[in-house]
Design a protein around this ligand. Structure first.
Ligand SMILES: C[S@@+](CC[C@H](N)C(=O)[O-])C[C@H]1O[C@@H](n2cnc3c(N)ncnc32)[C@H](O)[C@@H]1O
Length: 447
């Protein structure tokens, strides 16, 4: 029997399980084969496309059997666009997959065998996102607006995205027409020339904000776009964002208001808040609300809540409406400024927003606190920095409520926190249906 496979080999395998990106996993002589878009139990012929030291990557060329959990993906760009990776899996199995991903990460990286609750489902399985970015580029001698192919900068042209509201179709269509009719140049990554690089659509129920990312600050030909959009929409805003750099960061630092509304207004939990084109906001409104409700319940009736990594202060403000005293800590100056505006609009006299690094602010605060307190922490994907984790443990909160968008870094952080805290509650939420991403809420109490 053959010992090893090499690129372009084809073999028949049965998928044993799904991996943390929702991809099928088979094996050959003890070496793993990742097979995207194949499901557990399926017998498939695969073509090896990458032969790495510890694993292979392969694509399905023929199905001999198909899983009863397989559904037909509704999006015509599925498997080409890098946005969704599990549209072919029925929704209840998507939820089961996500629960297992959280369980496996906790076992693998934290050696924790915990009861993980059933995943809270999204109210919408499609058209749930309130924000999406679309690259605009000149590729293969033509204008392309769409989504990047996975792990590449090749644009797959799209005229709709099933993750965002129906509005996206008209907006993409109008934007493309506007560029063609007015001879507007799209960015070319190779030459670093061309005016428009990205468009970002952010929306609430009534209005939308369209951010047009330009590489050339002098570009100002927006009137034809405004006229076009006005034919279909009454409430919208256009912001020009200037990003001259040729890198993977979408937004530059400079925003110039071009037309209409500058911010989207929301009202929730008794808080009025405004979201501009740069504010952090959880992308799935229903799940965001479910998570914040649960956090309020878990915080309960305590004297003081510290919202570490507080961003533009939405969660701190909601907590302030429901708790006695709240302190938010955020490292970015502009975000703290926004958090203070939110505090002012909502007249939250029991909220203090501190601008600084949790690693430095938390230990100083802890020295002055004489009551029991709870820390709510909502870090970015990379998790909590080690220096902040040490500061958190040394400040000895009675309870820690950790909201994470990355099960691996959550597990890494829990492997340290578990030495001082009992993990009471692990609740995954389906913030991102049709993708393998998961949001998880964990509550722990001091041992
Ligand atoms: C996921 S966002 C938090 C959003 C916020 N909880 C909300 O509901 O709007 C993470 C935030 O952590 C901040 N951050 C990252 N490292 C930090 C640190 N060492 N100290 C304080 N804030 C930090 C980031 O600037 C970012 O605003």
């Amino acid at each position: 029997m053959q010992e090893n496979l090499v690129k372009n080999d084809e073999i028949i395998v049965t998928i044993e399980r799904l991996g943390s990106n929702g991809e099928g996993i088979a094996s050959f002589n003890g070496k793993i084969i990742f097979v995207p878009f194949a499901l557990t139990g399926e017998k498939v012929k695969v073509h090896i496309i990458k032969d790495k030291k510890n694993y292979y990557i392969a694509k399905v060329v023929e199905f001999y059997s198909q899983s009863p959990n397989r559904v037909s993906a509704p999006c015509p760009y599925f498997q080409k666009c890098g946005g969704c990776n599990i549209q072919h899996l029925n929704y209840s199995n998507q939820l089961e997959l996500k629960k297992n991903i959280v369980k496996n990460s906790l076992e693998k990286f934290a050696k924790l065998s915990l009861n993980v609750n059933e995943v809270v489902a999204s109210d919408k399985q499609y058209r749930y996102r309130n924000k999406l970015a679309f690259p605009v580029q000149f590729q293969d001698d033509k204008l392309k607006i769409g989504m990047f192919r996975e792990f590449s900068h090749t644009i797959i042209e799209i005229d709709d995205c099933l993750l965002q509201s129906e509005k996206v179709k008209t907006i993409l269509h109008s934007f493309k027409e506007y560029m063609i009719e007015n001879n507007i140049s799209a960015y070319n990554e190779t030459t670093n020339l061309g005016d428009i690089k990205h468009i970002i659509l952010r929306e609430n129920d009534n209005a939308f904000l369209l951010t047009v990312v330009v590489s050339n600050e002098d570009f100002n030909n927006f009137q034809p776009l405004i006229n076009k959009l006005k034919k279909n929409f009454s409430e919208f805003g256009i912001i020009k964002n200037v990003n001259k750099l040729n890198n993977n960061v979408i937004l530059g630092n400079k925003n110039i208001h071009i037309y209409g509304t500058q911010e989207l207004k929301y009202n929730e939990f008794g808080i009025t808040y405004y979201v501009n084109n740069q504010s952090f906001l959880q992308v799935n409104n229903y799940i965001k609300t479910e998570i914040y409700k649960k956090i309020i319940e878990l915080v309960g009736d305590c004297e003081l809540v510290i919202d570490a990594y507080s961003g533009t202060g939405l969660l701190s403000s909601i907590l302030a409406k429901h708790s006695k005293q709240v302190i938010g800590i955020e490292i970015i100056k502009e975000a703290t400024k926004n958090a203070n505006e939110l505090k002012k609009i909502n007249n939250l006299t029991n909220l203090t927003n501190i601008n600084g690094d949790c690693a430095l602010v938390l230990p100083e605060l802890a020295k002055k606190i004489s009551c029991d307190f709870v820390v709510v922490i909502d870090p970015p994907r990379k998790g909590i920095d080690k220096i902040v984790l040490d500061a958190l443990i040394n400040s000895k909160p009675q309870k820690i409520i950790y909201l994470s968008c990355n099960p691996d870094t959550l597990a890494r952080d829990l492997s340290i926190l578990k030495q001082e805290y009992h993990i009471d509650y692990v609740q995954p939420y389906d913030m991102f249906p049709q993708t393998a991403n998961i949001e998880t809420l964990v509550c722990m109490t001091k041992l």
